[in-house]
Ligand binder design. Structure first.
Ligand code: ARG
Length: 263
């Protein structure tokens, strides 16, 4: 009987080893499949964005659309690459590009000296500023009136940085739309966000809110890449230049009613 049990154990061991072997070789075949796809993957431009920033990037019918998306498409076309867009939080889009998880981040990103320490930037493609949204009946009429008020902004943005640098009381939100809700529900007295986005978000409030004329900063948007990825940065700059020179870039922005003055 003991011998019989030993025999069964032996048979089982052999059977398990055979299974393992089969599984391993199956993995191998997957690997070769992946390898076979590798050259194609090289031809995909992976783009991180945060589609909470109309009219540069936003969701329409479940799809990420906007001026930055058109720009990304135009660049990919010039480079002969396919486009793959991933919609994530703004700070994750920035780190995703900085660490090379994505080839680029295109998200109305202000190229500033702080960020340039951690990532590459293309040439600028759009001029922007930080603007103030307040309730239509607000007593705040200019930046000077913001003293002592609580101000909402989007997390990880240059708007947030401006408010922190100037020691304002702030509430940061994942999205600009949430910041505007905090304003309309009386939790804060103002929102600071990029000018064109301020206009787009405020228009949705149908007269309840207004954007003040005064600009708090002067900024310029550029495409973010991994620090040191100079090869792709140069390629993108080449494509951007062609799009600027041909007037295609101006056309993209104008189609979203974004004023564009070529440099
Ligand atoms: N221009 C600002 C910045 O770079 C805000 C950008 C926010 N973009 C977005 N897609 N949510 O910090």
């Amino acid at each position: 009987m003991k011998k019989f049990l030993k025999l069964i154990a032996l048979v089982l061991t052999i059977a398990m080893a055979a299974c393992c072997f089969a599984a391993c070789s199956k993995d191998k075949s997957n690997e070769t499949e992946n390898n076979a796809e590798a050259p194609e993957a090289d031809n995909v431009l992976t783009v991180a964005t945060n589609a909470e920033f109309p009219p540069f990037e936003y969701i329409e019918n479940g799809e990420v659309v906007g001026a930055d998306v058109d720009l990304a498409n135009a660049i990919a076309e010039k480079l002969g690459m396919e486009l793959e867009i991933t919609n994530i939080d703004f700070d994750a889009a920035l780190t995703g590009a900085a660490t090379g998880k994505y080839d680029v981040a295109i998200a109305g990103i202000t190229a500033n000296d702080d960020r340039k320490k951690n990532m590459n930037f293309s040439e600028d493609y759009y001029k922007a500023s930080q603007a103030i949204i307040v309730m239509a009946d607000s007593e705040i009429a200019a930046a000077a009136d913001l003293k002592g008020k609580t101000i909402a902004c989007q997390e990880g943005t240059t708007g947030e940085q401006y408010l922190l640098d100037n020691k304002y009381e702030i509430m940061s939100f994942k999205t600009g739309a949430e910041a505007v809700s905090a304003l309309t529900s009386g939790k804060v007295q103002a929102v600071v966000i990029d000018n064109a986005v301020a206009k787009a978000l405020s228009e949705k409030q149908e007269g309840k809110t207004v954007v003040l004329d005064e600009a708090l900063t002067e900024e310029a948007y550029a495409i973010a890449l991994e620090l040191g990825n100079d090869e792709l940065t140069q390629k993108i700059n080449g494509a951007l230049k062609e799009l600027k020179d041909s007037g295609e870039l101006a056309k993209i922005f104008e189609s979203y009613e974004l004023p564009y003055d070529a440099e």
